[in-house]
Design a protein around this ligand. Structure first.
Ligand code: S3P
Length: 444
């Protein structure tokens, strides 16, 4: 599928919702499967990535009743009830499914094989294989790109109990932290994870809410099972709107002159709102309205109005809190005045695509001067001058496809975004939502 995008002739206006948060969706279903009894989950994204986690858990014997495209009942019976599947477990494009489920399966006796699509098979798995191996599971993968690295398919010999221990992560990664904590549910001693930066903390919040003995001190999390009966409570979840999807609409509203867009019900967990801090540092007009708490997570409406943007530097912990939004922040930078630098972002190179390379390529295709750095990128803003016309190759990466579509709104003429099928992994309603706000684009 490709997207055809025509330049904006008028402002983006209106009120929108985005699909449920992908990270919370995966965890709501997973922790529901480990709970005792029925967890009702609503507000799921309807995207393919969450659906992979649902189907994988079903393959392990969990009963899940789909109520509609966005709601289901997960009938959990605890970790002990999970059974190894004879067939490979398909993760599709979803790194979160593969890495979180690797942690889960490390503590499920038997042999498991996790597979994915061609893009997922290029993503590094040593970051989960090493700590899970140290806990006593036996993990194997395929060789590939980097010597010593491990790639899917991932085979796992699960066992129980696993060993406790302290894991010090080299990169701040919620997927790795969550994999270790999930394995920790099957450990016979305390499991501690320390990270170099503030990765998203939904696993911590959600496990604690279900009665798991977990404590957090700064960037260190400990799950201490001593004295715990191992029971995880069933809990209903209303998944809030995904800030990573809202970021595309927010940047569109910020850069298309005269725009005013309100996006309701967005997750505002501080480990996820780095993109708002970056946009504000660029001088964007962002107001947060209707703040409230939904199931232990802060939620609110974003109101974004267009305004001239200035260049900024995005580095350090801000990168961790804005990781998935960096491609679309680079688009905002391309429309700003001055030179924006994104650094400390080498993790971008191991996402659904090498997002340093694919973001730079997307911007250059649209006439923007941008350069790769080993750990980030430099973007020369065009401040008021339109972007060029081009045909963007999204390299199968949903966030590059959507960022490219947002950039194309300020182009000189119609643009095409190729290989955009994977938009449906996270934001299936992207085109319809953009059109409702006034953008002129379609799927072909
Ligand atoms: C996610 C964590 C992040 C993020 C991904 C979702 C999660 O990945 O990029 O889209 O739900 O835990 P890393 O943990 O690899 O940084």
């Amino acid at each position: 599928m490709r997207l055809e995008v025509r330049p904006a002739v008028g402002p983006m206006r209106g009120r929108a919702r985005v699909p449920g948060d992908k990270s919370i969706g995966h965890r709501a279903v997973l922790f529901g499967a480990l709970g005792q009894g029925c967890s009702h989950v609503r507000g799921l994204s309807g995207g393919e990535d969450n659906a992979r986690t649902v189907a994988l858990l079903e393959a392990l014997g969990v009963r899940i009743v789909r109520l509609d495209a966005h709601a289901l009942d997960v009938h959990g019976a605890g970790l002990e009830a999970l059974r190894a599947s004879e067939r490979p477990l398909e993760c599709g494009n979803s790194g979160t499914t593969m890495r979180l489920c690797a942690g889960l399966l490390a503590g499920v006796p038997g042999r498991h094989v996790l597979v994915g699509d061609a893009y997922l098979h290029r993503r590094p798995m040593r970051r989960v294989a090493a700590p899970l191996g140290a806990m006593g599971a036996v993990l194997g993968g395929a060789p590939g790109g980097k010597p010593g690295e491990v790639y899917p398919p991932l085979s796992i010999e699960g066992r129980r109990p696993l060993a406790g221990g302290h894991h010090v992560c080299e990169v701040a990664s919620a997927q790795v932290k969550s994999a270790i904590l999930l394995a920790g549910l099957a450990a016979d001693g305390p499991v501690t994870v320390s990270e170099p930066g503030p990765s998203r903390d939904h696993t911590e919040r959600m496990l604690r809410a279900r009665g798991v003995p977990l404590s957090v001190q700064g960037l260190t999390v400990t799950l201490d099972p001593r004295g715990w009966d191992g029971r995880i409570a069933a809990l209903d979840v209303a998944v809030p709107g995904d800030p990573s999807s809202a970021a595309f609409l927010a940047v569109a509203a910020a850069i298309v002159p005269g725009s005013e867009v309100r996006i309701d019900g967005i997750l505002l967990n501080p480990t996820r709102t780095g993109f708002l801090d970056a946009l504000c540092a660029m001088g964007a007009d962002v107001v947060i309205d209707d703040r409230r708490d939904v199931g232990g997570e802060p939620v609110g409406a974003l109101v974004v109005r267009a305004r001239e943007l200035q260049a900024t530097t995005i580095a350090g912990e801000l990168v961790v809190r804005a990781l998935d939004e960096l491609p679309v922040l680079a688009v905002a930078a391309a429309c700003a005045e001055g030179t924006t630098v994104i650094r400390d972002a080498s993790e971008l190179r191991v996402k659904e695509s090498d997002r340093v390379a694919t973001t730079v390529r997307m911007l250059r295709t649209l006439g923007v001067c941008a350069e790769e750095r080993p750990d980030g990128l430099v973007i020369e803003g065009r401040a008021g001058r339109p972007l060029g016309v081009g045909r963007v190759d999204s390299a199968g990466d949903h966030r590059i496809a959507m960022a490219g579509a947002i950039a194309a709104l300020l182009s000189d003429g119609p643009c095409e975004i190729d290989d955009a099928d994977n938009v449906r992994t996270s934001f299936p309603s992207f085109v319809a939502t953009m059109r409702a706000l006034g953008a002129d684009l379609e799927e072909r």
